[in-house]
Write a protein that binds this ligand. Structure first.
Ligand SMILES: [Zn+2]
Length: 313
């Protein structure tokens, strides 16, 4: 395979952003290969960023495995945790100051409200199945599993501002840390968010219908995927985001965050998802489809890329 040019000849900057919460499977491999090919064809740079913010599910061993598996696939990058680069560190758990600055900016501009709803409050307000709400609240299923299916927030705490008297405690300018409470981004109900996907074509979502006020900082002290992603893409000068189609709705949320933070939107290329023979999206339960397992069975990267795997419509 032709390789990335060591010195980029264009302003294209793409990224690979694995979550080290399990072994990469064949679906990830296809998306990451697409990201690598597009960066290479554009004569651009490819950044590896380890998205290890989930304190309960991230493991250093999975991060090492992701790097090893991607290298085995023949995928290369110019900047990353293993290589360093001008925007280091390339590991999200070491970039808290960047996310805090973004949270402060959103708070100062009135985009956020503190949400004191317990899991139980949301369950009863939504009448949603217990497990679904629980998982979404905790973010416990991770970005690849549930992010786009976050139940619509019922708006219970929406009228509260970080700096008005209804909220007991300090005013916005005095709030030093977001930890200990969920902070949500207030959307404008009915606002249409549209973008042209480079692979899937025109996309259209409606705030308040397709997604509601979403969490940007979790009570357990970590920024949400949405906030960390836009802050990092902006800080690292990413011009094109290649990722799975399970994140289309996240892109709509991220467009709103980019506008609120004054960041430029990158372009997006969402890859169709590989599904199993029952039409279900691949997940960690599909151990036999992990790159690791396939390699152990003697398959080559070429076998994996050439395999005729079903994709989600
Ligand atoms: Zn609430």
């Amino acid at each position: 395979m032709a390789s990335l040019s060591p010195t980029p000849t264009s302003s294209y900057r793409g990224r690979l952003a694995p979550s080290p919460t399990g072994y990469l499977h064949v679906g990830h491999a296809r998306t990451f290969l697409t990201a690598w090919q597009r960066a290479r064809d554009a004569g651009g740079a490819l950044v590896m960023r380890m998205e290890d913010l989930d304190p309960d599910r991230s493991r250093a061993a999975y991060a090492d495995a992701a790097i090893e598996d991607l290298r085995w696939m023949g995928i290369r990058w110019q900047e990353g945790p293993d290589k360093g680069g001008p925007f280091a560190p390339y590991v999200q758990s070491k970039r808290r100051a960047i996310y805090l600055a973004a949270w402060r900016k959103l708070l100062r501009h009135g985009h956020l409200f503190p949400c004191r709803c317990s899991r139980k409050d949301l369950e009863s307000a939504l009448g949603a199945p217990h497990e679904r709400v629980t998982a979404a609240m905790q973010g416990s299923l991770g970005k690849l599993d549930l992010m786009d299916d976050d139940p619509i927030y019922p708006g219970t705490c929406r009228r509260l501002q970080g700096n008005i008297p209804q909220l007991p405690g300090p005013t916005a300018s005095e709030i030093e840390s977001p930890d200990g409470i969920n902070w949500r981004f207030r959307v404008n109900d009915g606002e249409v968010v549209e973008f042209d996907d480079l692979n899937l074509g025109p996309q259209r979502f409606v705030a308040g219908e397709d997604f509601g006020d979403f969490v940007v900082w979790r009570r357990d002290g970590v920024p949400s995927y949405q906030l960390a992603c836009v802050a990092d893409d902006a800080a690292m000068g990413i011009t094109e985001v290649v990722r799975g189609a399970d994140l289309l709705k996240s892109t709509a949320r991220q467009i709103l965050l980019n506008r609120a933070l004054g960041y430029q939107n990158p372009r997006w290329y969402h890859c169709r998802l590989v599904v199993d023979h029952n039409g279900r999206r691949l997940a960690k339960r599909h151990d036999s489809l992990s790159l690791r397992a396939m390699r152990q069975r003697g398959l080559t990267p070429m076998n994996i890329m050439a395999a005729d795997l079903p994709e989600e419509a």
